[in-house]
Design a protein around this ligand. Structure first.
Ligand SMILES: [Zn+2]
Ligand SMILES: [Zn+2]
Length: 661
């Protein structure tokens, strides 16, 4: 009989011992009894003896031999992630596994043996890299045999994808695999097409949460066995096991969606950097607007900066960005005369125009003019948005829905008004103003049906649609050659947000969406409607001056004592009442380890969105100058908190390197 230590999906930082008749490999999935349930876990150790008294040690139910054990590199990688992010190891590990592998019924497939890498593929190089691209390929291609972190800082349209493809080709030539992470599911089909066209014969595994369970498992096993040469996916793909990983690419590395915000909280971008380091391979972080943390690492020389300063298509210039002063221009349904005239011109010339607005629905607020009643979510501290086409009020935070009331529930007034504008309302205004335009709305409401986005994307590309209103879904990574005008509506809202990351996000978003204009030989124009045309952020956007903007933001963060000048973590608590959440945090602070003044704990405060889906939320910010100091402090604090009894109805977790406050 052997004793095995098993990691299970439970919210406690410990392993569980079981007995097994035969020796089991580390990384082996097993089905075990846990209380009255059966759980699937992973064998992570072979203790010589157990604290569980002999005779009480329960035997495993079954060893799941439907796939080879998870590799050692994967086990140590997930262990690092759980320690760094202060998450229970079993919980993090199980989050990383495709859901199908967490079920005790074995996969109906033959056990996969390590497959040979001799699959036939070729690299189709049908266009010549520009001198700038060739330089970038040479610089990074020379480092394929060792660990290095590259920041590929390339303006929009500079052809970062072409650089990725050449690097991947070299890695595949060596018989190794490449991992490519993108922020959004919507970006995978186009990259998948690129890979299929440029690497005929290569097997590409696509991994994201909307993928069918079977496909996810097949992709996962293909990567682990080495038969899939390229893995393309969203943040969860960072946890894919590989046989011979040779290169990691994180495209649009600044994007907030690389950070998992619930359950096991981790940054796929930062984990990619760690994983490449541990594996001794290079990692490429690509962006036109790098995260300030990344930029700061490049300035300090920790990351290698590789720049693409020009657009790749000959003759394509950067779009001209201008602000339109809303105080001086006539406004029709939230759209300035200047923007409407510019759209007119584009449509007359047979070109395309995009109106960008990061707010879906018809209007963000429904209110009563008589008594001041405002429609709010019953579960969150937030207003519900008006969705006129569906005749619904909807909470954009928790999904709560209700019908639009005919009259005010407080005073009976029938004259309820929608305030503010969302994409649906702008769409209606554009349809009335440009009745002959072929108009489409692109947001997560209109693109909900499977295949809808692929179809609309194709219609925009081939010109069947010539006027688009859309959210950030359109801002990232898409290439529409006929699009020559971008109008930005309602950007000002982000100028005065309390979150210190708001300016960074707004700058990135404006440059990204501006980057959609004029990518081919047609000149692009971007009009940003604002009431604050002199604001320094807009000045920097107009000048396309990322380095200048980042420099002043980093100075500001240093003065104010925010990331990346300091390392940060939050202890978050959720409870049915605000006082219970705050009370737990005060109590937790009283039990925090002594760090000799090298760690600062701030007072607990309610979160900006203090109530979400019925939970009152509060947090406590922790800062330290040195990351190592913070890590040791958090580990000790977590073990103290886990040793104590958490009050009933309170749940808590750490958020390391938080991006949401
Ligand atoms: Zn009323
Ligand atoms: Zn809600």
């Amino acid at each position: 009989m052997a004793i095995v230590a098993v990691a299970l999906e439970v919210p406690i930082s410990r392993l569980f011992d079981y007995s097994a008749d035969e020796p089991l490999a580390t990384g082996q999935r097993v089905s075990v009894p846990f209380g009255r349930r059966q759980l699937v876990g992973v064998v992570v150790g072979h203790p010589a003896r157990s604290d569980v008294p002999a005779g009480q040690l329960r035997p495993i139910t079954a060893a799941l031999a439907d796939m080879p054990p998870l590799p050692a590199e994967w086990l140590s990688f997930t262990e690092f992630a759980s320690e760094y992010y202060q998450q229970p190891r079993g919980e993090l590990m199980m989050t990383a596994l495709p859901p199908r592998l967490k079920r005790a019924t074995p996969l109906r497939r033959k056990p996969v043996l390590a497959e040979a890498s001799g699959q036939a593929w070729s690299f189709v190089c049908d266009r010549t890299p520009t001198p700038a691209q060739a330089g970038a390929i040479e610089t990074m291609g020379a480092a394929l045999d060792r660990n290095a972190t590259f920041l590929l800082f390339g303006v929009t349209g500079s052809g970062k994808t072409e650089v990725y493809l050449h690097l991947i080709a070299r890695v595949l030539e060596q018989g190794r695999q490449a991992l490519v992470l993108v922020p959004e599911i919507h970006l995978t089909p186009q990259l998948q097409r690129h890979f299929a066209e440029r690497f005929p014969g290569a097997r590409v595994a696509v991994l994201h949460s909307s993928r069918a369970a079977v496909e996810r498992v097949e992709g996962w096993i293909g990567a682990q066995s080495g038969s899939a040469q390229i893995v393309l996916g969203t943040r969860l793909a960072v946890f894919t096991p590989f046989a011979r990983l040779g290169l990691v690419i994180v495209d649009e590395e600044h994007d907030a969606s690389f950070k998992q915000q619930d359950g096991s909280r981790y940054s796929a971008r930062d984990l990619a950097v760690y994983r490449a380091h541990a594996a001794g391979i290079p990692v490429v972080l690509g962006s036109a607007t790098p995260a300030l943390e990344t930029w700061s690492n490049a300035l300090k020389g920790r990351y290698n900066l590789v720049t693409l300063a020009e657009r790749a298509v000959p003759g394509a210039t950067m779009p001209r960005i201008e602000v339109v002063d809303m105080r001086k221009d006539a406004i029709e349904h939230g759209l300035t005369g200047r923007l409407l005239a510019a759209i007119d011109t584009r449509l007359a010339r047979g070109e395309q125009a995009l109106v960008f607005l990061n707010r879906r629905g018809y209007a963000p607020v429904l209110a009563c003019g008589a008594c001041g009643w405002v429609a709010s979510c019953v579960r969150c501290s937030a207003h519900t948005a008006v969705h006129l086409k569906e005749q619904r009020l909807r909470c954009h935070h928790c999904g709560y829905e209700s019908v639009i009331p005919r009259n005010c529930p407080d005073c009976g007034n029938v004259d309820l008004h929608p305030f503010g504008r969302g994409t649906e309302r702008i769409e209606a205004a554009l349809a009335a103003r440009f009745p002959h335009a072929r108009l489409a709305r692109v947001d997560s409401d209109s693109m909900r049906r499977k295949g809808e986005w692929e179809r609309t994307h194709a219609e925009i590309r081939d010109g069947a649609i010539n006027l688009i209103v859309g959210t950030q879904m359109l801002a990232k990574g898409h290439d529409f050659p006929g699009l020559t005008l971008v109008g930005v509506v309602n950007a000002d809202a982000a100028l005065f947000a309390t979150d210190y990351r708001a300016p960074e996000r707004l700058f990135a978003q404006l440059l990204q969406v501006a980057g959609r204009a004029g990518r081919a030989r047609l000149a692009g124009e971007v009009l940003v409607q604002t009431r604050y045309p002199e604001h320094p952020l807009y000045r920097a956007v107009i000048a396309g001056d990322f380095a200048g903007f980042a420099g002043s933001e980093l100075e500001e963060r240093k003065r104010a004592g925010f990331s990346p000048a300091v390392a940060e973590a939050l202890l978050r608590a959720e409870a049915s009442s605000r006082s219970a959440a705050l009370g737990f945090l005060r109590e937790a602070a009283a039990h925090a380890p002594d760090a000799n003044g090298r760690v600062t704990l701030y007072d607990p405060v309610p979160m900006t969105l203090s109530r979400l889906a019925g939970w009152e939320r509060a947090h406590l910010l922790v800062q330290a100058r040195a990351r190592g100091v913070l890590q040791r402090f958090l580990a000790e604090w977590r073990s103290r908190l886990e040793a104590q009894r958490t009050p009933r109805g309170v749940r808590w977790h750490f958020d390391v390197d938080p991006i949401e406050f």
